[in-house]
Design a protein around this ligand. Sequence first.
Ligand code: PLP
Length: 384
Amino acid sequence: MPASRASTFTESVIREMTRVAQQHGAINLAQGFPDFPMPEPMKDAACAAIHGDINQYAITWGARELRNAIAEKYRTWYGFPVDTETEITVTCGATEAMASVFLALIDPGDEVIVFEPFYENYGPDAILAGAKPVFIPLEPPNWTFDPERLRAAFSSRTKAIVVNTPHNPTGRVFTREELDLIADLCRENDVWAITDEIYEHIRYAGNHHLLATWPEMRERTVTISGLSKTYSCTGWRLGYAIAPAVETTAIRKVHDFLTVGAPAPLQAAGAVGMAFPPEYYNQMALAYRERREVLASALRAAGFSFSLPEGAYYVLADFTALSDRDDREFALWLTSEVGVATVPGSSFHATPGMGKRYVRFAFCKKTATIEAAAERLLRIPAMI
Ligand SMILES: Cc1ncc(COP(=O)(O)O)c(C=O)c1O
C-alpha cells in the first residue's frame, strides 16, 4: 500500500489533459508548455557545454556562472543585490524550488496561506511538508481578494504565504497596494512570503514588483523563479530560490538530498540566456500579447466570459453561457468534440464545488496553433 501522504492528493489533472488531448488528436491548450522553439543561442550553448565535457555533477546549489547570472539579473532588473555564494539555490525547476523551500522552512502543523485558484502544485507541496494550506479566494470577475478575509486568515500557526504574480491560472498581476498589504501582514505576523515569479517577464500591463524589495521583507521572503517560461525551455528543468543565508543553507540541504543538482550542461546554457539584452524580453512579451488577442477574440465570439489576463499565458474562462455541464465534462467534450484541450477549473481549487464553471486555456503556442484552435472554438455556438 502506498503511504497515506501520497493518497491525499490526486494525479496532476493538467498533465492528464495532455494525455487526453493526444488520444483525441486535439489542439493542446491545456498544459503550459510552448510548441515553438527556444532561443537558438541557448541550444547552441547547451550542445557546446555537452561537447565541452560539462557533463558531471555541477555544484549542488548551482554552477557559479548561472548563480552569477541570476545575481546580475536581480541587480539590473530590480536593483536587488543578491549574494551568489550564500543566497541562491539553483533547482530542478521552480517546482523543485517550491518543494525544497516548503520542506526546509515549514514544520508539520504549520499553516500556509494560498490564494485560490492556485497553481496545482502548492497544495501537494504543503501536504508533503505536513502543513495545512489555508485558502483565500481570488474573486471573479477581476480575481481580487478581500483584504479583511486575508487579514483574518493569519493565525499564530501561520508560517508562510504563497504569492504567485503574474498568476496562474487567472492572469492577475498583483498591484503595489495588494503587495503592500501582504507585506504588512507578513511583518505584523512574522510570516514568510514565498513568491512564485515564474511569469515575471510575461506581462501585458503593469510592472513586476519584487516583494523582497519591500521594507523589512528581504529577511522574510523567498523569491522563486526559473527559466522554463522566460526562455521557452520547460523541459530543461532550471529554477532557483533566493533566500537569506541561514534559510538558504537549509534549502540547499533539502535540495541536495532530493536531486543533488540541476543538469550541469543546461545550467551553463541557462547563463547564456540570462545575459540576453532587454529587447529579447520585450519581443517575447509582444509575441505573447499577439497570441492573447487571437485567443481572446475567439473566446469572446464563441460566448465565453473572462477577464483579459494582465500577465502569464492563460485565460480562465467561464462557460456558463455555453453549457450546464460541470467543468470536467465540459473540458472532455471540448477535447473530444471540438478538438481543443483545456484544463477543468476545479483542478485549481481545493474547496469543493469551486471552479466548476471554468476551463483554463493556455496560449503559449504558435500563433498558427492558436488560430487553428480559434477556428474550432468558433464552431461551438452551432454545436450547442
Ligand atoms: C505558477 C507556476 N509555477 C511554477 C511552474 C513550474 O515551473 P518549472 O517548470 O520551473 O518547474 C508553473 C508551470 O506551469 C507555474 O504555472
